[in-house]
Design a protein around this ligand. Structure first.
Ligand SMILES: N=CN[C@@H](CCC(=O)O)C(=O)O
Ligand SMILES: [Zn+2]
Length: 412
């Protein structure tokens, strides 16, 4: 993320933490706790009474501390907004993929500098609410030049970039020819900037066959895979994500019993107590989007009960979910999706890290684990203006972020 320096060498001890929700593999919730940050990593965690000294000492005053949010699904590279479409929807219109074209027009019309400024502003908004690790997709360029530009700008501003040339077939284009472009020259142009590829597999967007072509080309290019699936109705998105061993399938509003079973099966060889074994496909639920599009909330409770690992993400974009508030998603997941506070916070931290392959310290770039608090993990901390994480649901709508550390640096 821009404007944040990582890797200082000083140490900080935060004492008198009322509740430290670690979201580590043991699901520890420590009372009267302390954390020591050294450089960009967590160096020590334990009882406040036993805390070692450090260069800087901060008294949390009994407040709760949790991992920074890991927002694994957003579309931040855009210009303009879609207020009129939102108003029409609130008056009874249904959401359809076609609105993406409006944002594509607005996005193409602004300069690189303006687009960068807009993305930076959105990243800052997310960080100010406790987000410390952020993914963004492309997908409002939809030609080679503008998709490459979106990928380049995103790569400079966020932690993870996903290529979403397969977001909508642009007006006037032939769907098969456009899919060829997405799988060929457009993919080549974005490749230096992205780690993931995604496809909007939905009626009005890309068919099963077209989606399969996109996923195959992206996999052959060495990208990790994600799928927008089952947002507007039952369809092939989840099955495709499972077939391609995608890291995540996102939206998942309309699931058949077969879809839930197939997702659960992907996790059968993974041990949640140790994180060992073969990871499956995370189901990423986007409750702010579900409310804004008046879709049924994704069945997060059912998925967890079936053994599926889920993530919660804000899906910030101008069409379906114009918010970067992970706290709002957690609140909704508890109040409306029947997750416990611990489960909802886990899905918005550890779950997002799982969906992005950043839950382990042994990742390809050698970065430290994000989304959970343990010695050696990246010091991404979110202190609340509250004594426990329960207040996120108990006090809906109240801005509860007190302070935020990202990679050991205090950013809020
Ligand atoms: N569903 C597809 N893509 C976005 C919305 C895009 C738009 O309408 O601008 C989403 O994740 O909700
Ligand atoms: Zn999306």
């Amino acid at each position: 993320m821009s404007g944040i320096t990582t890797g200082n060498n000083t140490s900080t001890v935060i004492t008198n933490i009322g509740e430290l929700m670690t979201q580590d593999l043991e699901h520890r919730v420590l009372k009267d706790a302390a954390v020591v940050i050294e450089g960009e990593r967590i160096a020590w965690m334990g009882s406040s009474a036993d805390a070692p000294s450090a260069d800087e000492k901060i008294d949390a005053g009994g407040r709760a501390v949790l991992p920074g949010w890991v927002d694994s699904h957003s579309h931040l590279v855009f210009a303009g907004d879609r207020t009129a479409e939102f108003e029409a929807r609130m008056a009874g219109e249904s959401y359809s993929a076609g609105g993406i074209a409006v944002t594509t027009g607005a996005t193409r019309s602004v300069s690189d500098e303006e687009l960068t400024r807009l993305v930076r502003e959105r990243v800052a908004e997310a960080v100010s609410q406790g987000t410390t690790y952020l993914e963004s997709k492309t997908g409002y360029g939809l030609d080679v030049e503008n998709e490459a530009r979106s990928a380049r700008i995103a790569a400079a501003e966020v932690d993870e970039v996903t290529y979403l040339g397969a977001h909508l077939v642009p007006a006037g284009a032939d769907a098969e020819e456009y899919t060829d472009l997405v799988c060929g020259p457009m993919l080549d142009a974005v490749l230096p900037h992205v780690r993931w590829a995604d496809v909007f597999c939905e009626r009005g967007a890309f068919t099963e066959d077209q989606s399969r072509r996109v996923l195959t080309a992206a996999r052959n290019a060495g990208l990790g895979l994600r799928v927008h699936g089952n947002q507007l109705g039952e369809g092939p998105g989840v099955a495709l994500a499972v077939e391609f061993a995608a890291a995540s399938v996102d939206h998942v509003n309309y699931l058949s019993d077969k879809d839930v079973a197939a997702l659960a099966e992907t996790w059968a060889g993974w041990d949640p107590a140790t994180g060992a074994g073969t990871k499956g496909t995370v189901a990423t639920c986007l409750p702010a989007c579900d409310l804004s599009t008046r879709q049924p909330l994704a069945p997060g409770r059912e998925l967890i009960d079936a053994g599926v690992q889920i993530a919660l993400a804000a899906n910030c974009n101008p069409g379906t979910s114009y918010t970067s508030s992970m706290a709002f998603c957690v609140t909704t997941a508890v109040l409306q999706m029947h997750l416990s506070v611990h489960e909802a916070v886990r899905a918005a931290t550890y779950g997002g890290a799982l969906a992005l392959g950043r839950e382990s310290g042994n990742d390809v770039d050698g970065e430290r684990a994000v989304g959970s608090l343990a010695v050696g993990h990246r010091a991404d901390l979110h202190m609340l203006k509250a004594p426990s994480a329960t207040h996120l649901a108990y006090r809906p709508g109240i801005p509860l972020t007190h302070s935020v550390w990202r990679a050991g640096v205090r950013v809020v």
